[in-house]
Every structure is written in C-alpha cells, then in structure tokens.
Design a protein around this ligand. Structure first.
Ligand code: NAP
Length: 506
C-alpha cells in the first residue's frame, strides 16, 4: 500500500530550529518518516532559530544529527539530499510580529500549490518560558484559524504547577480549540508504553486478575545513570517530581490502572486516563512525609568513573534544595484498586538506566506444599520492561526436575528484539506522525495535565516550603536514598528490578 496517500500536504514550522531537540529528535524522526514513506510529497519544514546560519551550514548540522541519532544510523547521500530539499532555515526573533506575518504569507503560498487541505503544524521546540508568547503570536497572526488542519505542538514541561498550567491552558483556549493542541509527553510515544494498552486490552487472559483481588501492589521505576548533563539551569527550576513524576510516571500509572476503553478514539482513551487521575487519593499536606520522599545525588561512582555531586554541577547552587530523586506512594480510590499501593520512583545518577513496571501478585490463598518444597517460594510477578530492553516477563512457580517435589520461580519471557526484527520507530516518529494525521490519543488533554498537577501539588508545596536538611542524601551510582527503601519497606515490600539480561531465578 502506498502510505503517502494517508497524509495530507504538510507545512511544519519548528520554533527552535537550532535547538538540541530539533537536532537530536525532530529532524531524525521526520527523516525516518520520509524514508518510510509516511510524508506527503508536498512537505515543507521551516526551521526558525536565532542564529546567523546559512542554509548550507544549517543542513550540514542537521545531517550530522541524523547520522548520529537516527535509529537507522548514517544517512545515505541520495536519500538525505532529497529530504534536505524540504527544509528551510530562517533566522527569526520570535518576539517580533513580522516573523508571524511572513510565516502566514509563506504558509498561504504553500497552500495554493496543494490540491487538498494542508496540515499547518507549529512546533514549540523552545525553552518553556517562550511557549506562551509564541503561541499567542501564532494565534494573533491568524495562523490557527483553520480549526481542522492548524495544530500547535507544545513540548514539556507544561506549566510549573497547577496554577501556571491552568493559566496557560486558558490562554491557549483563547486562540485554539482543544483538538488543535498537542501537548507532548514523549513517553507516551514509546512502543513499549503503547504496548501496555495492547497487552491489557487485546488479551482476555490478564483483565480478570487485574484488580485488588489478585494484585498486591504495583511499582514503577524510571531511573537514569546520567546526571543533569549540562541542564543545571533547567533542573534547578524543576526537579524530579515536576520533571518525571507529574508527567511520565503518572501517565504510566494511568495506563496500568485505567478501565478498558470502549474504543481507541482519542477522547475515549483520555477520558479513561483522567478517571484514574481523579480517583488518585489526594495526599494531605501534613501526611506528605508518609507518602513521598526525595533525594539529591552526591558524588560517587558510575560505570567505574568518579562523578561529581549535583551541587557541584554547572549552574547549580552549592546549597541547592532541588531533588534529583523522588518516590511517591499513591492509592487509587475506586473499586478495582482500593488499597493497592502504587509505588513510583524516579532518579538521576542511579545504579541503572531502566524503565520498568512491576505488577506484584498476591500469594496463593493456601499453601498445599510442604515447607521444604517451597524454600524459594515467591508470589507471581509480572514485569513490563520499557527500556533499555523491551519486553514482558512473567514469573511463576515450577517443579524443579528431580525425584522430590521442589518448587522454584521461573520466568516466561517475551522480548521484542527476539520476536520482531523490523526496526522500532522512535517515540518522536510516532508522535510526529500522529500530529500529521491529527490523532491526539497519545497527547495530553488540558484536563489531564491539570489533574496530574493537582495530584502532585501537596507534595510540591510541602517540599518547597520545607527544604531538605540532609541533602545530598544518596551516592551517585546507588539505588537512591535510604528513605525510599523505608517508604516501601514499612509496607513489607521492597523495590524490585529485574533487568532482562540478568537471570535471577533464585
Ligand atoms: P535549547 O537547545 O536550549 O533551545 C531550543 C531553541 O530555543 C533554540 O533554537 C534556541 O535558539 C532557542 N532559544 C533559546 N533561548 C532563547 C531565547 N532567549 N530567545 C529565543 N530563542 C531562544 O532547548 P532544547 O533542548 O532543544 O529544548 C526545547 C524544548 O523541548 C524545551 O521546552 C525542552 O524542555 C523540551 N524537551 C527537550 C528535550 C531534548 O532532548 N532536548 C527532550 C524533551 C523535551 P538558538 O540555539 O538559536 O540560540
């Protein structure tokens, strides 16, 4: 099938064309969409940036980015040369009105050459403090009046708290319909994250046990070995709770906890996710310490190399109160999940770079086997590994070969890379194609963003008002602060990590 017939002619304007996101993610993703024939032959990418650069120098830089970051590796000259013809670089001061009036003329000229409706996509790939002013100027210039085909893509972070997120939503609603807004949480574009929906709702096997009767608790860990990597300025304003928990981890929690959608219509899926956010128990401000803990990395060792602590990083205050690790225990107050803890944690400079969801099942109701047969007994566990290896592992009990009845846990493993040999698209490929096709399922709706902020606000307010007195409190290369172990240990549980390459069947 010719895929190109699926998409309309498109003009995409990237505000922040000289930025890191454009270089590392957006252009490699668009290039791969082009190679996979998802882009209409009438496709124009206008990159706006502050720098004085010739078109040739700009394309040279983009090509280096593609060669370095594309999942396909180095580009082929003939293919790149054709793709590069769709890209235009323009120096622009985003604060001036002329940028938008000229853009309007260029978009109108492009539309004239097309024989059907044209997608007009505006991508805000700039630091968040410029989101509002650029969005307003796009609106004021009349670039968003085509309610069906003009779309605005907004990068994260969306606001810094509930109040600012609400204000930004209100501002956007003055110029755009909600269906024109694509608020990115790039986690939702990952193959494995989308697979959670397939796993849960395309199989009859799991849904009957997917509730408080069988599940003891759920753990979600997104940890990174890297530190703030030159983004000290950004991190000082945000921290792990804002940067990871409020968006990515709460979205993963929603996918695990949501009710089955009636269809995969964008609003139906998002309604079911918002239901979860609304059912999350609001943590009382005086009880924050029982539900949430924070950490900040000290110096330490990562992959055999000595690394500095957070407070020694560039652009970080020597007495910074900012958390680089956060763990929160959530409860979802509805019939399915009543009293099932959902533990989520995320941190930088941890021992492993891993994103993993663990579903810990309850023990069997009655133990029929003698004690000596079950020395190694463990309740069932399901691990959804999102990165770096993508796969699903189910742990259950089996009889060890031998004359005696000896039980031990074994794993049943589904590994993406063993099963599928075709290339896996990057999250930004999926998300950009969705924007081009006008499918908002994987994007955050206004009420979703606000509900997610609402749930973390008590923790955020408490932490802002009471800076930690014991930062830094975990060594780089460790598993985070001891308080995070205590948070889960007091319920009789422990954090579980089962990377696929390790066989821990005992
Ligand atoms: P960046 O490299 O710092 O800058 C992006 C663009 O903004 C550049 O074109 C830069 O122009 C322009 N810019 C910077 N300061 C400006 C100013 N004062 N006035 C006008 N333009 C300015 O940022 P980025 O890493 O690409 O990130 C862009 C957005 O994506 C941010 O909202 C970020 O949170 C989000 N994001 C980024 C990543 C990533 O991997 N980088 C991942 C997830 C989300 P010049 O270069 O020409 O100065």
């Amino acid at each position: 099938m010719d895929k190109t017939i699926k998409t309309n002619p498109t003009v995409i304007t990237i505000f922040g064309g000289t930025g890191d996101l454009t270089w590392r993610k957006l252009i490699p993703a668009l290039y791969n969409l082009y190679l996979d024939k998802w882009l209409h032959k009438q496709f124009l990418i206008i990159c706006l940036g502050r720098q004085d650069m010739t078109q040739a120098d700009f394309l040279k830089k983009l090509k280096e980015g593609v060669d370095k970051f594309s999942r396909r590796g180095k580009s082929k000259k003939t293919e790149w040369d054709v793709f590069a013809k769709t890209i235009e670089y323009k120096k622009a001061d985003f604060a001036t009105t002329t940028v938008y009036t000229q853009l309007k003329k260029q978009v109108a000229a492009f539309e004239k050459t097309a024989d059907c409706a044209v997608n007009k996509i505006f991508y805000l790939a700039v630091p968040p403090q410029f989101f509002e002013s650029i969005a307003v100027k796009i609106g004021e210039a009349g670039l968003a009046t085509d309610r069906k085909y003009a779309r605005l893509v907004i990068e994260k972070p969306f606001g810094t708290n509930l109040e600012s997120a609400k204000a930004f939503n209100k501002l956007l609603q003055g110029f755009f319909d909600e269906c024109q807004l694509y608020r990115i949480d790039h986690y939702l574009g990952k193959e494995t994250v989308q697979n959670i929906l397939a796993f849960r709702f395309a199989n009859a096997l799991f849904e009957p046990i997917w509730n408080r009767n069988y599940i003891d608790h759920v753990q979600i860990t997104v940890s990174e070995k890297i530190g703030v990597e030159g983004r000290g300025n950004y991190y000082e304003l945000n921290g792990a709770l804002r940067d990871m928990i409020q968006n990515h981890l709460l979205q993963l929690l929603c996918l695990i906890a949501m009710e089955p959608p009636v269809s995969f219509n964008a609003d139906e899926v998002r309604n079911r996710k918002v239901d979860v956010l609304h059912a999350l128990r609001k943590i009382k401000k005086e009880e924050v310490h029982n539900y949430a803990v924070r950490g900040q990395y000290d110096e330490g060792w990562v992959e055999g190399k000595k690394v500095i602590g957070y407070r020694e990083e560039n652009d970080v205050a020597p007495d910074s109160p900012r958390e680089t690790f956060a763990a929160v225990k959530f409860f979802i107050d509805n019939w399915r999940w009543s009293n099932v803890p959902f533990y989520v944690r995320s941190g930088k400079r941890m021992s492993e770079s891993i994103s993993v969801i663990t579903i810990q099942f309850k023990p069997v109701p009655h133990q029929s086997f003698p004690d000596e047969a079950t020395d190694n007994w463990q309740p069932n566990r399901m691990v959804l590994n999102l990165q770096p290896d993508m796969g699903i592992r189910i742990r259950f009990q089996a009889k060890r070969p031998g004359l005696q009845m000896q039980l031990s846990p074994v794993d049943m493993l589904f590994n993406y890379s063993d099963t599928y040999t075709s290339g896996t698209p990057e999250a930004y490929e999926t998300l950009l194609l969705d924007v081009i096709e006008g499918d908002a399922t994987l994007f955050m709706r206004a009420d979703q963003v606000e509900a997610a902020w609402d749930i973390v606000m008590p923790v955020l307010n408490n932490w802002e008002a009471n800076p930690s007195v014991n930062f830094p409190n975990y060594a780089s290369g460790s598993n985070g602060p001891e308080t995070a172990e205590a948070l889960i240990a007091k319920d009789g549980n422990n954090w579980i990590v089962m990377p696929f390459e390790k066989k821990d069947n005992d």
